[in-house]
Write a protein that binds this ligand. Structure first.
Ligand SMILES: Nc1nc2c(ncn2[C@@H]2O[C@H](COP(=O)(O)OP(=O)(O)OP(=O)(O)O)[C@@H](O)[C@H]2O)c(=O)[nH]1
Ligand SMILES: [Mg+2]
Length: 162
């Protein structure tokens, strides 16, 4: 399957791809410039992953790298509640693109190793996930640092593979 990983800067997109790709967690990840492309094999499934940059100047590129994928992964830093409004805006802006209609969405509330993180219930409310009607939506709380819930995230991705 081909997937795109988007979300605001520093939410943990590259960490996610590194952890599922090589099991490698690091505190020092450089901010992505434009995008990284990576193929990850998990059992019988090969994931082709576009890891797209989240800084404001790169956000207009998200649509281009999401075009034609089998699933969208939107990563949120669930401990950085001040950015939820911006994350919500950027997410819904992306989903409004006509060519992305129907593409399944996985929202990851990352960094749940940080005690003040928002719950899945908070994320559903603050990112207005219940307003999304034109595609399957899932939302999990997880941590790339502790690898919490990585198993269900991988299962979700494998289920979208063909
Ligand atoms: N505590 C904690 N820190 C994390 C976690 N995931 C990522 N980080 C840290 O968050 C910072 C940003 O991670 P990146 O993976 O570079 O974020 P990004 O979304 O790829 O950022 P851009 O490429 O700029 O869009 C790094 O210092 C990571 O080590 C997590 O689950 N817990
Ligand atoms: Mg990155």
């Amino acid at each position: 399957a081909e997937i795109s990983v988007v979300g605001l800067q520093s939410s943990g997109k590259t960490s996610f791809v590194n952890v599922i790709g090589s099991g490698q967690w690091s505190e020092d990840v450089v901010p992505t410039i434009a995008f990284n492309y990576r193929k990850v094999r998990k059992g019988a499934v090969t994931l082709k992953i576009w890891d797209v940059a989240g800084q404001p100047k790169f956000r207009s590129m998200w649509e281009r790298y999401c075009n034609g994928v089998d699933a969208l992964v939107f990563v949120v830093d669930s401990a950085d509640q001040e950015k939820f409004d911006t994350a919500c805006f950027e997410l819904h802006q992306l989903l409004a693109q006509p060519n992305l209609t129907g593409v399944p969405l996985l929202v990851l509330g990352n960094k749940n190793d940080i005690p003040s993180h928002a719950s899945v219930k908070d994320l559903i409310r603050d990112l207005q996930l219940d307003k999304i009607q034109d595609r399957p939506v899932s939302c999990y709380s997880c941590s790339m640092k502790s690898q919490h819930n990585l198993d269900i995230v991988l299962r979700w991705l494998s289920d979208r593979s063909h």
